[in-house]
Design a protein around this ligand. Structure first.
Ligand code: GLU
Length: 432
């Protein structure tokens, strides 16, 4: 049975790189009907923080990567000590005292050539003669990363170690420990590096933001997962929108890219829009409600949900992030619209009293206030005036919404309803 693990250190938030590693482990487990283990590597007592643990767990759940088992290294110090003692007894490790007399356990690195057949990178060779002896247990009694990692991976029966390329220099050190402890070697797969948009390592400025921040910025988990997937893998054709369910069916670790990936926020924006387009409007509305409530655009205990779902549906194909919605759609919620001064200057500078009055009259004369009739009223007005429809589309839109862009004008009019439309057009009709 395949058993993989994701082993974050809670010394920081879960970032893009960690999310990508978690995804590939989770995906591999799902595609092989294996187990996905979460191991919190909190051996560094000073730098590990509970808030980071909480954020990592929250983000993994949000992304949909549910784990089958979870372990905390801070609860396993005795086990590491046991294995260190074993190596001491066998003469494979020795004790070193620091000036205060505290003891550390050091591994005697044997001189040998090490060969790994990495599932992504192919055969890699290392020469251990360049390695110094390795600390296993520090003088404060805690285990080092490489030692705890090997003891855990072996005792947790991990079959495949899938992690970022930045750990490749640890792999030979770990293999030597597997040999020394008589453990069976797992398979290794090192995922290519993720670079920032301007080259170089991913930095805070270039997208190394916490996964939970992407959620706060209004990205959908599905879109982010799909984006992380494409960063280092492709299904072999040109398809880009592949959700997690489909990815499980298509995934083959052999198709993981060998070359580094570049994080591109624009591409993520594009992906998010693809997912927003196809998202169930009701589900999307649930995510949008808190944003509107926060801005006091709705009273979250008393609003017309069906109406809101219709408005969300109207906009969802145009949004880049969920957070765009309140600003784009504010005119549906505010009693007084926010007027874009440039739009006003461009489209409402001329006196349009006659046109708006005629349109209002036509709308008032409608038997039914539906999309077809609204369009008829509009066409009737421009015909009576002997002008082209496009001459008035923008001014009417700007008068009703304060903006030059948005959903179809007739839909805007329909969902605003006759009273609000009359009132807003009326503001531009000069009284005699
Ligand atoms: N705790 C390590 C990290 O966060 C895990 C490395 C590994 O997967 O072996 O980078």
């Amino acid at each position: 049975m395949v058993r993989v693990r994701f082993a974050p250190s809670p010394t920081g938030f879960l970032h893009i790189g960690g999310g990508r590693t978690a995804l590939f482990n989770w995906l591999y487990a799902q595609s092989k009907q294996g187990k996905f283990i979460l191991r919190i590597e909190d051996t560094d007592k000073l730098r590990s923080k509970q808030e980071y643990v909480d954020e990592i767990l929250f983000s993994l759940k949000w992304l949909g990567f549910n784990w089958d088992e979870v372990y905390y290294q801070s609860q396993r110090f005795e086990l590491y000590r046991e294995y260190a003692d074993k190596l001491l007894q066998q003469g494979k490790a020795y004790i070193e005292k620091n000036p205060e007399g505290k003891e550390a356990v050091i591994f005697k690195v044997p001189q040998q050539k090490i060969k790994v057949n990495d599932l992504i990178r192919g055969s890699i060779e290392f020469d251990s003669s360049i390695l110094k002896d390795q600390v296993l247990i520090k003088s404060d009694g805690t285990a080092t990363y490489n030692f705890a990692c090997v003891v855990d991976d072996a005792t947790m029966n991990i079959t495949h170690i899938i992690r970022g390329d930045d750990h490749i220099s640890n792999t030979p050190k770990q293999i030597l420990l597997y040999d020394a402890l008589g453990f069976k070697l797992p398979e290794f797969a090192h995922l290519p590096l993720i670079m920032g948009m301007e080259g170089g390592r991913l930095s805070k400025r270039t997208g190394a933001t916490a996964i939970s921040d992407y959620r706060k910025m209004g990205y959908l988990a599905g879109a982010l997962v799909n984006y992380l997937l494409l960063l280092s893998w492709s299904p072999g054709d040109n398809r880009e929108v592949i959700d997690a369910k489909e990815a499980i069916k298509l995934f083959d670790i052999k198709n993981v890219n060998k070359t580094s990936a570049t994080f591109d926020l624009k591409k993520l924006d594009w992906m998010n829009n693809q997912y927003l387009k196809k998202e169930d409007p009701l589900k999307l509305t649930e995510e949008i409600i808190p944003l509107l409530a926060e801005k006091k655009y709705i009273d979250k205990d008393n609003f017309d949900k069906d109406y809101l779902v219709s408005i969300v549906h109207l906009f969802q194909g145009r949004l880049t992030t969920i957070n765009d919605f309140p600003d784009w759609a504010d005119f549906f919620f505010l009693p007084e619209i926010k007027m874009d001064p440039l739009a006003k200057e461009k489209h409402l500078a001329k006196d349009l009293s006659k046109e708006f009055a005629l349109f209002t009259e036509k709308l008032e004369g409608l038997e039914k206030f539906d999309l077809v009739s609204i369009e008829e009223a509009f066409r009737g007005m421009v015909k009576d005036l002997g002008i082209e429809a496009k001459v008035l589309i923008h001014p009417v839109r700007v008068a009703l919404t304060g903006k030059t862009i948005g959903p179809g004008l007739f839909e805007v009019i329909y969902y605003l309803g006759p009273e609000r439309v009359k009132e807003r057009l009326g503001l531009w009709i000069k009284k005699e």
